[in-house]
Design a binder for this molecule. Structure first.
Ligand code: 5GP
Length: 211
């Protein structure tokens, strides 16, 4: 068991920016990360597994969890609820894991208020054309849904100031390295090292007293 709390990492980005692929690689390549599985009321896409990609739920079950205070945050996105279950995040942070939340911008803002030490990253595609290409090549969404997601991206681009860093997902390996460097740097912030600082202060006082 690690004696240091992990860091909460929020990863947002336009739908189609490649957050999913980025996070998958980050978690596969580095064992300090734990990925939070969100709850949603949208239908599973082909290939999505309940409990792995999302906890898929009915509206009433989602609303019950809201009332019980079981979610760190939740938001409406394109007509559905999405939220972060609290228990997993608290448990993993206590184990010293860096917990990744892949959430949209309203949720990110709520996390920022509750966890001022969280690191907020926004993943950008290299260009608007590339985002459109990625959204259409996925082949899982209707034209109408794709258009909704593009309008949503335009809206979200107004809220960039909430975030600490913007990373461009052009080359995946480069992007993974960049995110990992940011998280490692976050571990070096004073608030993350209070115990070390306290210990050194105590050691120095002991030396002075005994010397
Ligand atoms: P998708 O339907 O493409 O899986 O996700 C749609 C959007 O919902 C994405 O921007 C994703 O980051 C966001 N999202 C997924 N889980 C959560 C969550 O737990 N809370 C919030 N606020 N947004 C989420």
């Amino acid at each position: 068991m690690n004696d240091k709390q992990g860091t909460l990492i929020v990863i947002s980005g336009f739908s189609g920016a490649g957050k999913g692929t980025l996070i998958k690689k980050l978690v596969e390549d580095h064992d300090n990360y734990a990925l939070s599985v969100s709850m949603t009321t949208r239908d599973p896409r082909p290939g999505e597994v309940d409990g792995v990609h999302y906890h898929f739920s009915k509206d009433e079950d989602f609303e019950r969890l809201i009332e019980e205070g079981g979610l760190i945050e939740y938001a409406g996105y394109c007509g559905h609820y999405y939220g972060t279950p609290k228990a997993f995040v608290e448990e993993k942070l206590a184990e010293g894991k860096d917990v990744i939340l892949e959430i949209e911008i309203q949720g990110a803002q709520k996390v920022r208020r509750q966890f001022p030490q969280a690191v907020l990253l926004f993943v950008m595609p290299p260009s608007g054309e590339e985002l459109y290409r990625r959204l259409t090549s996925r082949g899982t969404e209707t034209d109408e849904v794709i258009r909704k997601r593009m309008w949503r991206a335009i809206d979200e681009s107004e809220g960039m100031d909430t975030y600490d860093y913007i990373v461009v997902n052009d080359d995946l390996d480069t992007c993974v390295q960049e995110v990992n460097s940011i998280v490692r740097a976050a571990h070096m912030r004073p608030a993350q090292n209070r115990e070390l600082v306290d210990q050194i202060r105590k050691d120095l006082k002991d030396i002075l007293k005994n010397g």
